[in-house]
Design a binder for this molecule. Structure first.
Ligand SMILES: [Cu+2]
Length: 450
């Protein structure tokens, strides 16, 4: 009897939970309401069957409960009941599967007027490519991927020259216009998903997968990687901003074409040398770093990393936190470099400076540090040499007190806490695994051995 009550409560509770719980679809922002309909149909079919089966079980337990004056009848076959159940089950399953097949067919049947965009995934970031004036995306190959050509566009293909490249994690789309989304991965399996659009598709290395949709509501939506693609999988986030067509055009025009990215002017180290005089006061004549001015070593760091940091300082993304005492000393110095040319020149000069290893000041348990570093190596490299594709700087040879301070700042959100600091935020999540000051010392002591 208790069992009957438990089953009845379970049924009533489940139904109430379904209708009263606040967890339901996010408001839809695309044309794919048909996907919600198929899920609703599945809910109804499985819901009705769930209630019917449980009520029948409860009824049977009650009706046929033990009674010493009753004996069970043996009845292994019942044609009528079997036919009835087979037909009923088949209809139910067909009702669940058929709408899904229809919707899936539409999902990959792209209308002619859809504009193409390409989404490129790599551990652990998204970037985007739009066809330029010619409306055609150029040929690509992973063999051509390099620091100056992160999309691997074939420079011989005229269709690729005007492709517009978006290096950040944020992409804009015009409201009300259908888009075909082409998906490409540079390394492992990823999955592109935007819950409000109801879209979700794997990115498979070596092939181009696709789907289409029409954004129907202006707003900002989060892109998630819904494939467990490695250590920092949870940090692989992006954003889609749905704009009016005019705002979208303006945004798109603010990005360079492939051919523009190929004609980067080289900096001039001679002009850079005089600009560096300001920096030398803190960072040292040879960019070797100086503990007295709290300034890190700059020599030996890659140009792309230094440039990115200077941009962050200039845009008040790094060195703006009120507790960032040392970053706030640096930020006005970045502003001394008036434009991109000045920045390139000073970086060209820093590139000529000798790369001398820093003096060790921190001791710790190197073996423990090595174990912590296993997590860091996937971005910073086994020898702490840095990796452009992860945007992760070289750590080997850097002043150890500076590394320690950065790790503490990442942990406290003093660095990487700004909403526009994508790389810093990713790094901050990683710094969180170093639970204590001792752990940081051990890790930095290990870095000193690289
Ligand atoms: Cu991923």
């Amino acid at each position: 009897m208790i069992l009957v009550i438990v089953i009845l409560l379970l049924v009533v509770g489940t139904v109430l939970f379904h209708f009263l719980s606040p967890w339901w679809f996010t408001p839809i922002a695309s044309n794919w309401s048909a996907i919600d309909d198929t899920i609703s149909i599945t809910m109804w079919v499985t819901g009705v069957v769930f209630i019917a089966v449980n009520l029948f079980v409860a009824y049977a337990i009650y009706k046929f409960r033990y009674n010493k004056n009753r004996k069970a009848a043996y009845e292994p076959e019942n044609k009528k009941l079997e036919i009835w159940l087979t037909v009923g089950t088949s209809l139910g399953i067909a009702a669940m599967l058929a709408p899904g097949l229809i919707v899936w067919a539409n999902f990959v049947q792209v209308p002619d007027e859809a504009a193409e965009i390409e989404v490129l995934a790599q551990q652990w970031r998204w970037s985007y490519r739009f066809p330029g004036q010619d409306g055609k995306l150029g040929n690509v190959s992973t063999h051509l991927v390099s620091e100056s050509n992160p999309f691997g566009i074939n420079p011989q293909d005229p269709a690729g020259q005007d492709d517009i490249l978006v290096a950040g994690n944020e992409v804009h789309l015009p409201e009300g216009k259908p888009v075909k989304v082409l998906l490409r991965s540079l390394d492992v399996l990823h999955n592109f998903a935007v819950p409000q659009f109801r879209v979700k598709m794997d990115l498979v290395p070596g092939m181009v997968s696709y789907f289409w949709f029409t954004p129907t509501r202006a707003g900002t939506y989060e892109i998630l990687c819904q494939e467990l693609c490695g250590l920092a999988h949870h940090a692989m986030r992006g954003q889609v901003v749905v704009d009016t067509p005019q705002e979208y055009q303006n945004w798109l025009n603010s990005h360079p074409t492939f051919s523009q990215t190929q004609i980067v002017v080289k900096g001039d180290p001679h002009t850079g040398q005089s600009l560096y005089a300001v920096c030398a006061a803190c960072h040292g004549m040879e960019g070797e770093g100086n503990a007295l001015t709290n300034s890190p070593k700059l020599s030996g760091l890659s140009g792309w990393y230094l440039e990115h940091q200077l941009q962050l300082y200039k845009q008040k993304i790094r060195g703006a936190h009120k507790e960032d005492i040392y970053g706030r000393q640096m930020a006005p110095m970045a502003a001394v470099l008036a434009d991109d040319t000045a920045m390139r020149n000073v970086l060209a000069y820093i590139d000529t400076l000798p790369d001398k290893p820093a003096v060790d000041t921190i001791t710790g348990n190197v073996n423990r540090g090595r174990n912590y570093y296993v997590n860091c190596a996937s971005c910073h490299g086994d020898r702490g040499e840095g990796n452009f594709f992860m945007q992760a700087p070289r750590l080997a040879g850097q002043q150890d007190w500076y590394l320690k301070r950065q790790l503490q700042n990442f942990k406290k959100g003093i660095r990487g806490g700004h909403p526009d600091d994508f790389n810093g935020r990713q790094m901050a999540m990683m710094a969180a695994i170093l639970k204590s000051e001792q752990a940081i010392d051990d890790l930095v002591a290990y870095l000193n051995t690289l």
